[in-house]
Design a protein around this ligand. Structure first.
Ligand code: 6PG
Length: 240
């Protein structure tokens, strides 16, 4: 459930080892990547240390959320993944399934939902990922489900349009039910700036009323784990 690592380097190696082992057991491995800054170290470790170990032919890359910006925009999660990972690995282009940040958001949410239904197996009448990588925002959001948009956790849709509460930037996000449907969910939490919210998330997770989207993520048939470094887990009060 909770794995604490000395630092983000050791955390990233542990995640990459998990990805290597999990994907080695399957002919096709479907992963939804998270965005923001935390995954950069994961992508760098994959590019530098796991490039030749992982069979990228098996791996299909999707995104758990994306900002509605062009791929070359510095805000683009796809652009960040390309910069730190895709430019260094031999993955077939057909295995890369980006959200189209240039599309009209409402149309893209529909289009991406259709793409997920086309490529992914189905469980509980929903697309099922082998692994979903998630981060936690300092406000407790995850993917692009923000605390003032909790209804997206229970949306009947596969993808929805959301917006950042401060910048109002539009986003495409997986909905809570699709995230919960994954075989495996791994939250990645690093840095002292996340210690407060991480502690609150773990406490709120066991309460009936969820205040934070990240606290509401609960696998229906899979496993959930929190990979945290010592800085991010510094305030934990033994809640796990
Ligand atoms: C995004 C992410 C988002 C992220 C958190 C944490 O598009 O921003 O998917 O959910 O995981 O905001 O971001 P950091 O890793 O930058 O703290």
């Amino acid at each position: 459930m909770l794995k604490i690592f000395d630092d983000k380097i050791k955390l990233s190696f542990a995640f990459c080892d998990e990805l290597l082992n999990m994907s080695g057991e399957k002919n096709v491995f479907n992963i939804a990547l998270s965005g923001g800054s935390t995954p950069r170290i994961i992508f760098q470790t994959l590019a530098e240390k796991f490039r030749g170990k992982i069979d990228w032919e098996k791996i299909h890359l999707f995104w758990g959320d994306e900002r509605c910006v062009p791929p070359d925009d510095e805000e683009s999660n796809f652009g960040m993944t390309k910069k730190y990972l895709l430019d260094y690995i031999d993955i077939p282009p057909k295995n890369i399934h980006p959200v189209n940040g240039n599309n009209i958001p409402e149309k893209e949410a529909e289009r991406y939902s259709t793409e997920l239904k086309k490529f992914l197996p189905v469980k509980n009448y929903l697309p099922v990922f082998d692994l979903i990588m998630l981060g936690i925002g300092e406000d407790g959001h995850t993917a692009s489900i923000f605390p003032d948009q909790m209804k997206l956790l229970n949306s009947e849709k596969i993808c929805e349009v959301s917006f950042h509460p401060l910048s109002k930037q539009k986003r495409i996000t997986l909905t809570g039910k699709v995230i919960d449907n994954a075989e495996r969910i791994i939250f990645l939490i690093t840095g002292k700036s996340k210690s407060e919210i991480f502690n609150r998330i773990l406490e709120n997770r066991d309460e009936p009323v969820k205040k934070y989207p990240a606290a509401a993520i609960t696998p229906v048939n899979g496993r959930i784990e929190y990979f945290a470094d010592k800085e991010a887990s510094g305030l934990l009060t033994g809640t796990l």
